[in-house]
Design a protein around this ligand. Structure first.
Ligand code: ADE
Ligand code: ZN
Length: 337
Protein backbone atom coordinates (compact mmCIF):
# COMPACT_ATOMS: atom_id res chain seq x y z
CA UNK A 1 0.00 0.00 0.00
CA UNK A 2 1.41 3.37 -1.02
CA UNK A 3 -0.19 4.98 2.10
CA UNK A 4 1.91 2.74 4.34
CA UNK A 5 5.03 3.54 2.34
CA UNK A 6 4.36 7.29 2.69
CA UNK A 7 3.73 7.10 6.43
CA UNK A 8 6.91 5.15 7.17
CA UNK A 9 9.50 6.24 4.61
CA UNK A 10 12.34 8.34 6.11
CA UNK A 11 11.71 12.02 5.37
CA UNK A 12 13.32 15.45 5.74
CA UNK A 13 11.31 18.64 6.20
CA UNK A 14 12.89 21.82 4.80
CA UNK A 15 10.06 24.35 4.85
CA UNK A 16 8.45 24.71 8.25
CA UNK A 17 7.71 27.95 10.09
CA UNK A 18 7.89 27.07 13.76
CA UNK A 19 5.27 29.74 14.55
CA UNK A 20 3.03 27.98 12.03
CA UNK A 21 3.11 24.78 14.07
CA UNK A 22 1.22 26.45 16.96
CA UNK A 23 -1.83 24.22 17.43
CA UNK A 24 -5.01 25.87 18.80
CA UNK A 25 -4.78 23.78 22.00
CA UNK A 26 -1.31 25.13 22.77
CA UNK A 27 -2.33 28.65 21.70
CA UNK A 28 -5.13 28.64 24.29
CA UNK A 29 -2.92 27.09 26.97
CA UNK A 30 -0.18 29.71 26.44
CA UNK A 31 -2.71 32.54 26.37
CA UNK A 32 -3.91 31.41 29.81
CA UNK A 33 -0.39 30.87 31.13
CA UNK A 34 0.70 34.35 29.96
CA UNK A 35 -2.61 36.07 30.77
CA UNK A 36 -3.14 37.20 27.19
CA UNK A 37 -6.63 37.88 25.84
CA UNK A 38 -7.41 36.02 22.64
CA UNK A 39 -10.35 36.89 20.39
CA UNK A 40 -11.35 33.19 20.60
CA UNK A 41 -13.11 31.43 23.49
CA UNK A 42 -12.33 27.84 22.51
CA UNK A 43 -10.21 25.56 20.35
CA UNK A 44 -13.23 25.17 18.04
CA UNK A 45 -13.50 28.93 17.60
CA UNK A 46 -9.80 29.15 16.73
CA UNK A 47 -10.12 26.40 14.13
CA UNK A 48 -13.25 27.99 12.68
CA UNK A 49 -11.19 31.14 11.95
CA UNK A 50 -8.84 29.15 9.70
CA UNK A 51 -10.58 29.88 6.41
CA UNK A 52 -8.20 31.77 4.16
CA UNK A 53 -8.65 33.52 0.85
CA UNK A 54 -4.97 34.29 0.17
CA UNK A 55 -1.57 34.62 1.86
CA UNK A 56 -2.38 37.92 3.63
CA UNK A 57 -5.62 36.62 5.16
CA UNK A 58 -3.56 33.80 6.69
CA UNK A 59 -0.67 36.01 7.83
CA UNK A 60 -3.06 38.27 9.79
CA UNK A 61 -4.15 35.30 11.93
CA UNK A 62 -0.67 33.74 12.07
CA UNK A 63 0.90 36.91 13.52
CA UNK A 64 -2.00 37.32 15.99
CA UNK A 65 -1.58 33.70 17.14
CA UNK A 66 2.16 34.17 17.68
CA UNK A 67 1.29 36.88 20.23
CA UNK A 68 0.85 34.21 22.94
CA UNK A 69 4.59 33.33 22.77
CA UNK A 70 6.45 35.26 25.47
CA UNK A 71 8.77 33.12 27.60
CA UNK A 72 11.66 30.83 26.68
CA UNK A 73 9.50 27.91 27.86
CA UNK A 74 6.78 28.88 25.35
CA UNK A 75 9.24 28.66 22.46
CA UNK A 76 10.54 25.38 23.81
CA UNK A 77 7.02 23.91 24.15
CA UNK A 78 6.08 25.06 20.65
CA UNK A 79 9.19 23.55 19.07
CA UNK A 80 9.05 20.37 21.12
CA UNK A 81 5.42 19.72 20.14
CA UNK A 82 6.36 19.95 16.45
CA UNK A 83 9.44 17.73 16.78
CA UNK A 84 7.62 15.06 18.76
CA UNK A 85 4.84 15.05 16.20
CA UNK A 86 7.05 14.66 13.12
CA UNK A 87 9.24 12.10 14.88
CA UNK A 88 6.13 9.88 14.80
CA UNK A 89 6.04 10.40 11.00
CA UNK A 90 9.64 9.21 10.58
CA UNK A 91 10.98 12.68 9.80
CA UNK A 92 14.71 12.24 10.35
CA UNK A 93 15.97 15.77 9.64
CA UNK A 94 14.35 19.22 9.82
CA UNK A 95 15.34 22.72 8.73
CA UNK A 96 13.15 25.11 10.67
CA UNK A 97 12.32 28.76 9.95
CA UNK A 98 11.77 31.23 12.74
CA UNK A 99 10.62 34.85 12.40
CA UNK A 100 12.43 36.81 15.15
CA UNK A 101 10.89 40.16 14.15
CA UNK A 102 7.41 38.81 14.96
CA UNK A 103 8.60 38.57 18.55
CA UNK A 104 11.23 41.29 18.99
CA UNK A 105 8.71 43.87 17.70
CA UNK A 106 6.48 42.85 20.66
CA UNK A 107 9.35 43.32 23.11
CA UNK A 108 10.36 39.65 23.41
CA UNK A 109 14.18 39.50 23.36
CA UNK A 110 15.87 37.65 20.47
CA UNK A 111 17.77 35.55 23.01
CA UNK A 112 14.55 34.25 24.62
CA UNK A 113 13.17 33.18 21.24
CA UNK A 114 16.24 31.39 19.96
CA UNK A 115 17.21 29.77 23.25
CA UNK A 116 13.79 28.13 23.68
CA UNK A 117 13.84 26.81 20.12
CA UNK A 118 17.47 25.69 20.27
CA UNK A 119 17.00 23.71 23.51
CA UNK A 120 14.16 21.72 21.94
CA UNK A 121 16.28 20.96 18.85
CA UNK A 122 19.11 19.67 21.05
CA UNK A 123 16.69 17.47 22.99
CA UNK A 124 15.24 16.00 19.77
CA UNK A 125 18.71 15.04 18.60
CA UNK A 126 19.45 13.39 21.96
CA UNK A 127 16.10 11.59 22.28
CA UNK A 128 15.18 10.80 18.67
CA UNK A 129 18.47 11.12 16.76
CA UNK A 130 16.66 13.75 14.69
CA UNK A 131 19.04 16.33 13.23
CA UNK A 132 18.09 19.94 12.55
CA UNK A 133 19.15 23.36 11.31
CA UNK A 134 17.63 26.70 12.15
CA UNK A 135 16.97 29.32 9.44
CA UNK A 136 16.27 32.92 10.44
CA UNK A 137 13.67 34.55 8.19
CA UNK A 138 13.43 38.28 7.59
CA UNK A 139 9.89 39.64 7.27
CA UNK A 140 9.73 41.22 3.82
CA UNK A 141 6.82 43.53 4.68
CA UNK A 142 9.22 45.29 7.08
CA UNK A 143 12.15 47.46 5.98
CA UNK A 144 15.64 46.62 4.79
CA UNK A 145 16.98 48.48 7.87
CA UNK A 146 14.90 46.31 10.20
CA UNK A 147 16.19 43.17 8.47
CA UNK A 148 19.79 44.39 8.78
CA UNK A 149 19.28 45.13 12.50
CA UNK A 150 17.86 41.61 12.96
CA UNK A 151 20.90 40.11 11.23
CA UNK A 152 23.14 42.04 13.64
CA UNK A 153 21.14 40.75 16.61
CA UNK A 154 21.62 37.20 15.35
CA UNK A 155 25.41 37.35 15.13
CA UNK A 156 26.08 36.45 18.80
CA UNK A 157 24.08 33.25 18.08
CA UNK A 158 25.84 32.53 14.79
CA UNK A 159 26.65 28.96 15.91
CA UNK A 160 22.98 28.09 16.32
CA UNK A 161 21.82 29.44 12.95
CA UNK A 162 22.61 27.72 9.66
CA UNK A 163 20.99 30.11 7.23
CA UNK A 164 18.75 33.07 6.50
CA UNK A 165 15.51 33.28 4.54
CA UNK A 166 12.83 35.72 3.46
CA UNK A 167 9.12 35.32 4.16
CA UNK A 168 5.78 37.09 4.82
CA UNK A 169 3.69 39.03 2.27
CA UNK A 170 5.29 38.51 -1.13
CA UNK A 171 3.61 40.64 -3.80
CA UNK A 172 4.94 44.21 -3.67
CA UNK A 173 8.01 43.17 -1.66
CA UNK A 174 10.50 41.85 -4.26
CA UNK A 175 13.74 40.17 -3.16
CA UNK A 176 15.83 43.05 -4.59
CA UNK A 177 14.91 45.15 -1.52
CA UNK A 178 17.03 42.81 0.60
CA UNK A 179 20.11 42.51 -1.64
CA UNK A 180 22.46 44.24 0.84
CA UNK A 181 21.13 42.23 3.80
CA UNK A 182 21.79 38.97 1.97
CA UNK A 183 25.25 40.22 0.91
CA UNK A 184 26.05 40.77 4.59
CA UNK A 185 24.66 37.30 5.41
CA UNK A 186 26.98 35.87 2.75
CA UNK A 187 29.97 37.61 4.39
CA UNK A 188 28.96 36.01 7.67
CA UNK A 189 28.87 32.56 6.05
CA UNK A 190 25.13 31.88 6.26
CA UNK A 191 23.31 29.66 3.76
CA UNK A 192 20.55 31.52 1.92
CA UNK A 193 16.99 30.68 0.89
CA UNK A 194 13.96 32.82 0.05
CA UNK A 195 10.22 32.45 -0.44
CA UNK A 196 9.61 33.34 -4.09
CA UNK A 197 7.00 32.46 -6.68
CA UNK A 198 4.35 31.48 -4.12
CA UNK A 199 2.00 34.36 -5.03
CA UNK A 200 4.68 36.52 -6.64
CA UNK A 201 5.78 36.34 -10.31
CA UNK A 202 8.70 34.33 -11.78
CA UNK A 203 10.70 37.58 -11.80
CA UNK A 204 10.95 37.30 -7.99
CA UNK A 205 12.56 33.85 -8.39
CA UNK A 206 15.15 35.28 -10.81
CA UNK A 207 15.90 38.03 -8.27
CA UNK A 208 16.23 35.56 -5.40
CA UNK A 209 18.75 33.57 -7.45
CA UNK A 210 20.71 36.42 -9.03
CA UNK A 211 20.52 39.21 -6.45
CA UNK A 212 20.26 37.29 -3.16
CA UNK A 213 22.29 34.24 -4.23
CA UNK A 214 19.94 31.71 -2.65
CA UNK A 215 20.65 28.01 -2.97
CA UNK A 216 16.98 26.94 -2.52
CA UNK A 217 13.65 28.48 -3.46
CA UNK A 218 10.77 28.20 -0.99
CA UNK A 219 7.52 27.40 -2.85
CA UNK A 220 8.57 28.53 -6.35
CA UNK A 221 5.49 26.99 -7.97
CA UNK A 222 5.06 29.97 -10.33
CA UNK A 223 8.40 29.12 -11.99
CA UNK A 224 6.39 26.99 -14.40
CA UNK A 225 5.16 30.20 -16.11
CA UNK A 226 8.71 30.89 -17.36
CA UNK A 227 10.36 28.25 -19.56
CA UNK A 228 13.85 29.76 -19.32
CA UNK A 229 13.62 29.77 -15.55
CA UNK A 230 12.58 26.11 -15.47
CA UNK A 231 15.59 25.20 -17.65
CA UNK A 232 17.89 27.10 -15.29
CA UNK A 233 16.44 25.60 -12.10
CA UNK A 234 16.67 22.09 -13.58
CA UNK A 235 20.22 22.60 -14.88
CA UNK A 236 21.47 23.99 -11.56
CA UNK A 237 19.42 21.45 -9.59
CA UNK A 238 18.09 24.26 -7.40
CA UNK A 239 15.69 22.65 -4.94
CA UNK A 240 12.13 23.95 -4.55
CA UNK A 241 10.46 23.43 -1.19
CA UNK A 242 6.85 22.99 -2.27
CA UNK A 243 4.02 22.98 0.31
CA UNK A 244 0.94 21.46 -1.35
CA UNK A 245 -1.63 21.78 1.46
CA UNK A 246 -0.53 25.37 2.07
CA UNK A 247 -0.97 26.14 -1.64
CA UNK A 248 -4.52 24.80 -1.70
CA UNK A 249 -5.50 26.47 1.61
CA UNK A 250 -4.17 29.84 0.41
CA UNK A 251 -5.79 29.35 -3.02
CA UNK A 252 -2.59 29.36 -5.03
CA UNK A 253 -4.36 26.33 -6.55
CA UNK A 254 -8.09 25.78 -6.09
CA UNK A 255 -7.75 22.08 -5.38
CA UNK A 256 -5.01 19.48 -5.12
CA UNK A 257 -5.88 18.03 -8.52
CA UNK A 258 -4.87 21.41 -10.03
CA UNK A 259 -1.46 21.58 -8.31
CA UNK A 260 1.52 21.70 -10.69
CA UNK A 261 3.89 19.61 -8.56
CA UNK A 262 3.79 16.65 -10.95
CA UNK A 263 4.60 18.92 -13.92
CA UNK A 264 7.49 20.34 -11.91
CA UNK A 265 8.82 16.84 -11.27
CA UNK A 266 8.39 15.86 -14.91
CA UNK A 267 10.29 19.01 -15.94
CA UNK A 268 13.30 17.63 -14.04
CA UNK A 269 13.09 19.98 -11.05
CA UNK A 270 14.31 18.98 -7.58
CA UNK A 271 10.90 19.11 -5.88
CA UNK A 272 10.44 18.48 -2.16
CA UNK A 273 7.20 18.23 -0.14
CA UNK A 274 6.83 20.19 3.11
CA UNK A 275 4.13 21.45 5.45
CA UNK A 276 4.83 25.24 5.76
CA UNK A 277 2.43 26.02 8.66
CA UNK A 278 0.91 22.66 9.60
CA UNK A 279 -1.31 23.88 12.46
CA UNK A 280 -3.05 26.30 10.09
CA UNK A 281 -3.18 24.27 6.88
CA UNK A 282 -4.49 20.97 8.20
CA UNK A 283 -1.53 18.72 7.95
CA UNK A 284 2.03 17.77 8.78
CA UNK A 285 4.45 15.92 6.48
CA UNK A 286 2.50 12.70 6.05
CA UNK A 287 -0.75 14.55 5.32
CA UNK A 288 1.03 16.60 2.66
CA UNK A 289 2.54 13.53 1.00
CA UNK A 290 -0.76 11.60 1.21
CA UNK A 291 -2.92 14.42 -0.18
CA UNK A 292 -0.47 15.14 -3.00
CA UNK A 293 -0.07 11.49 -3.97
CA UNK A 294 -3.82 11.06 -4.07
CA UNK A 295 -4.66 14.35 -5.82
CA UNK A 296 -1.97 13.99 -8.48
CA UNK A 297 -1.91 10.18 -8.67
CA UNK A 298 1.82 10.10 -7.95
CA UNK A 299 3.50 6.73 -8.48
CA UNK A 300 5.57 4.98 -5.82
CA UNK A 301 8.65 6.01 -7.82
CA UNK A 302 7.57 9.68 -7.65
CA UNK A 303 7.00 9.48 -3.89
CA UNK A 304 10.38 7.84 -3.25
CA UNK A 305 12.13 10.42 -5.44
CA UNK A 306 10.46 13.30 -3.58
CA UNK A 307 11.42 11.82 -0.20
CA UNK A 308 15.02 11.45 -1.42
CA UNK A 309 15.00 15.02 -2.74
CA UNK A 310 14.27 16.19 0.82
CA UNK A 311 17.65 14.82 1.92
CA UNK A 312 19.48 15.85 -1.28
CA UNK A 313 18.21 19.43 -0.91
CA UNK A 314 19.11 19.66 2.78
CA UNK A 315 22.10 21.52 4.19
CA UNK A 316 23.47 18.32 5.74
CA UNK A 317 27.03 17.30 4.84
CA UNK A 318 27.27 14.98 1.82
CA UNK A 319 28.17 11.88 3.86
CA UNK A 320 25.00 12.28 5.99
CA UNK A 321 22.93 12.82 2.85
CA UNK A 322 24.36 9.61 1.36
CA UNK A 323 23.56 7.73 4.56
CA UNK A 324 19.95 8.96 4.54
CA UNK A 325 19.57 8.05 0.85
CA UNK A 326 20.78 4.53 1.64
CA UNK A 327 18.27 4.29 4.48
CA UNK A 328 15.49 5.28 2.06
CA UNK A 329 16.66 2.59 -0.41
CA UNK A 330 16.80 -0.02 2.39
CA UNK A 331 13.33 0.95 3.54
CA UNK A 332 11.88 0.71 0.02
CA UNK A 333 13.55 -2.68 -0.57
CA UNK A 334 12.02 -4.04 2.65
CA UNK A 335 8.66 -2.44 1.96
CA UNK A 336 8.49 -4.06 -1.49
CA UNK A 337 9.25 -7.60 -0.16
N1 ADE B 1 5.14 32.88 6.80
C1 ADE B 1 4.58 31.76 7.24
N2 ADE B 1 4.07 31.05 6.23
C2 ADE B 1 4.34 31.73 5.09
C3 ADE B 1 4.09 31.53 3.71
N3 ADE B 1 3.44 30.45 3.27
N4 ADE B 1 4.49 32.47 2.84
C4 ADE B 1 5.12 33.55 3.27
N5 ADE B 1 5.39 33.79 4.55
C5 ADE B 1 5.01 32.90 5.46
ZN1 ZN C 1 6.64 29.32 4.07
Amino acid sequence: MIEELIKNIPKAELHLHIEGSLEPELMIKLAERNKIELPFASVEEVRAAYEFSDLQSFLDIYYAGAGVLLQEQDFFDLTWAYLERVHRENVRHVEIFFDPQTHTDRGVPFQIVITGIHKALVEAEEKFGMTSFLILCFLRHLSEEAAMATLQEALPFRGWIEGVGLDSAEVGFPPEIFERVFAKATEEGFRKVAHAGEEGPPEYIWQALDLLGVSRIDHGVRCMEDEKLVVRLAKEKTPLTVCPLSNTKLRVFNKMEDHNLKEMLDAGLCVTINSDDPAYFGGYMNDNFLATQKGLKLSQKDVVEIAKNGFRASFLPQDSIDEHLRSVDDFVAKHSD
